[in-house]
Structure formats: structure tokens, C-alpha cells
Design a binder for this molecule. Structure first.
Ligand code: NAP
Length: 312
């Protein structure tokens, strides 16, 4: 991946300086995609860390100051915090600026953010399907988005050249860009990310109950499937609280289907229906193969963990 010939945006403001924002800062610098990068985080501690490690060119105490003069503003805070940030920055946005976000849910973000924004700016919601279980300004790395999907959900009437500019930035960071509408995004992500996270949280919760009986055995022998569940279940609690509170309908729908499937498998085990179980697991194995063939994971025996995990 070569460096960009010229920056795609003159000044990019990152609001929230956690995993996604810090990865964007590293990736944009690596590829020369932004003339200048400004940033804001809520806590003095995060702002001090960002300054200390030189994450962005200038760190501001308020989001309002950080967005001034920016031709791209990226909201990188938990989904539940997006509305308040939008209200705060709205009067300070430069005319013609593009506003995007990286939230894991799209309909709720649009409902919370869009009403605050002036007509002089363009809001193009987005979501990089890349992440790890780590958080904070030190957790980012430049290659997080390489060969990962970045979904853009432009609303009706968005000028195609604005979407193309944002697409160029995402592609510049190594991502593959797809466009879809927000309701479709939320259903797809409920299947591929949100419900699996809930299941992982549940399984680790179950093990925690059992631990009271078997003491440390669960930690000691956690070399198999359980360990992968614990990685997912270590994801940021606030971020995931907000995902479930805001993508309620789609998650509950998929969870209902999951419960039905689970009962079918439970019955097959009870009845000793080996043929059914084998046929089921053969189908699921094929799905894993197609994910590897699509370049979204590797077949390396690393318990399913790569440097950059498709996530969220
Ligand atoms: P993170 O590492 O936890 O960082 C979150 C940032 O938002 C921090 O700088 C935090 O500031 C700030 N923040 C939190 N609550 C805030 C509030 N109420 N008001 C203002 N600022 C607030 O989070 P992340 O993983 O980068 O996630 C950011 C967004 O990306 C979320 O919307 C998430 O859904 C989405 N996303 C995450 C992943 C993933 O795997 N992690 C993947 C794709 C998309 P302080 O540090 O000062 O508290």
C-alpha cells in the first residue's frame, strides 16, 4: 500500500481517542491521508496520554474546539455518547465539512446525531468492521483496518463526491468499503457481531457460576473453546452496553433464532441423533472455510486470533 500523493482531507478531527480513533490516527499518518489531525477525549488522563505519545497534532479540552476548521470530523465515542457530542459540536462545524462516525450501530446513531447537525455539513455514517478487545489511546495500531470492511451508510441526497472522498480515506487506510442502508447494517451486524458477543458474555458468565463449584479448573484448563469466548467477553463494557441498548430489535430477533437452534441441538443430543449433529457441524465448518477464503481470517492454528480481528 503506497502513501497517498496528497492528503484526502486537510484537517481531520477525531472525537474520542480510543482504539478506533488511535488506529485511524496511526493509519492516516502512515499513509499521508490527512494534512493535520486534531483530537479530543473526555478525560484529562486520555488527553494527557494522547499528547505524551504524540497521537495527533493537537489535543483539545473540548470537542467544540477540536472540530473548528476541520473538513472531516469523526465521532469515535460509544454509541450512547454520540448525540450529546453532536449537539456540542454543531455550532462550531465548518461549512461543507463531512461528519462521520464509527459506531457499531447505525440507525440509533443517525437518529441521535442527524437532528443536531446544520444543513451546511454532510453526515455520512460509517462503521469499520475491525477491532480488538483492547481500549484506549495506546491500543491503536496502523494496520487495524487493512483488508477489513468499512461500511458507509450515506443517507438519501448525499452528494456522491462526498461519499467518494470518505471512501478514499477508508481505502487509503487499507479497508474495503461497502455501502448499505442503516437498517440492513444493523441486522447484518446483529448476526455477525452483536449476538455472538452476547453469547460469549453469557458463556463466560456461566463458567463464572460453575467456577464456584470447580474453583480454578476453568482457568487452568481454558485452552479450548472457552478461551476464545473470554477474549470476546473482555471487550469494552460501555461500548457493548450501548450496542445492545441501541440495536435492540435486531439483536432480540437473532437471539430468538439462536435459542430455537439451541433447543434443536439440545434435543439431538438428548435423543443421541449423531447423524443430525454431524451434518450440522459439517455445514458450520464450511462457513468457517468461506470466511478464510474471503480473507477475513487465517487458518493458522492460533485459536482464531490474528493481529487484527474483525469485530464489532
Ligand atoms: P474506546 O477505546 O473505549 O474509546 C472511547 C473514547 O470515547 C475514549 O476516548 C473516551 O474518552 C471517549 N468517551 C467515552 N464516553 C464518552 C462520553 N460519554 N463523552 C465523551 N467521550 C466519551 O472505544 P473504541 O473501541 O475506540 O470505540 C469507539 C466507537 O467505535 C464506539 O462507538 C464503538 O461502537 C465503535 N467500534 C468499536 C470497535 C471495537 O472493536 N472496539 C469496532 C468498530 C467500531 P476517555 O478515554 O476520556 O474516557
Amino acid at each position: 500500500m503506497a502513501k497517498a500523493e496528497a492528503p484526502v482531507f486537510n484537517r481531520v478531527a477525531l472525537i474520542g481517542l480510543g482504539l478506533i480513533a488511535s488506529s485511524m490516527a496511526h493509519a492516516m499518518r502512515w499513509k499521508g491521508l490527512a494534512g493535520e489531525i486534531t483530537g479530543h477525549a473526555r478525560s484529562a488522563e486520555t488527553r494527557a496520554t494522547a499528547t505524551e505519545i504524540g497521537l495527533v497534532d493537537r489535543v483539545f479540552e473540548t470537542a467544540a474546539e477540536a472540530v473548528k476548521g476541520a473538513d472531516l470530523v469523526v465521532l469515535c465515542v460509544p454509541v450512547g455518547a454520540m448525540g450529546a457530542i453532536a449537539a456540542e459540536i454543531a455550532p462550531h462545524l465548518a461549512a461543507g465539512a463531512i461528519i462521520t462516525d464509527v459506531g457499531s450501530v447505525k440507525q440509533a446513531v443517525i437518529a441521535e446525531v442527524a437532528p443536531h447537525l446544520p444543513d451546511t455539513v454532510l453526515f455520512i455514517p460509517g462503521h469499520p468492521l475491525a477491532g480488538t478487545e483492547h481500549s484506549g489511546p495506546r491500543s491503536g495500531f496502523a494496520t487495524l483496518f487493512v483488508n477489513r470492511w468499512w461500511i458507509l451508510c450515506p443517507v438519501e441526497g448525499t452528494p456522491p463526491e462526498a461519499t467518494a472522498k470518505l471512501r478514499a480515506l477508508c481505502e487509503g487506510m487499507g479497508a474495503n468499503v461497502d455501502e448499505m442502508d442503516a437498517p440492513h447494517h444493523d441486522v447484518v451486524l446483529a448476526v455477525t457481531s452483536h449476538t455472538p458477543h452476547l453469547i460469549a458474555y453469557t458463556m463466560v458468565g456461566v463458567a463464572d457460576h460453575v467456577r464456584r463449584v470447580s474453583q480454578s479448573e476453568i482457568i487452568k484448563y481454558s485452552a479450548s473453546g472457552f478461551r476464545d469466548f473470554t477474549r470476546i467477553a473482555a471487550s469494552d463494557p460501555v461500548m457493548w452496553r450501548d450496542v445492545f441498548l441501541t440495536n435492540k430489535e435486531a439483536t432480540l430477533d437473532i437471539l430468538g433464532r439462536f435459542t430455537e437452534e439451541l433447543f434443536v441441538l439440545q434435543r439431538a443430543i438428548r435423543m443421541g441423533d449423531g447423524a443430525y449433529l454431524q451434518e450440522y457441524f459439517t455445514r458450520t465448518r464450511a462457513i468457517r472455510r468461506s470466511i478464510i477464503e474471503a480473507g477475513q481470517d487465517t487458518a493458522a492454528p492460533n485459536f482464531g486470533r490474528g493481529v487484527s480481528e474483525p469485530d464489532a
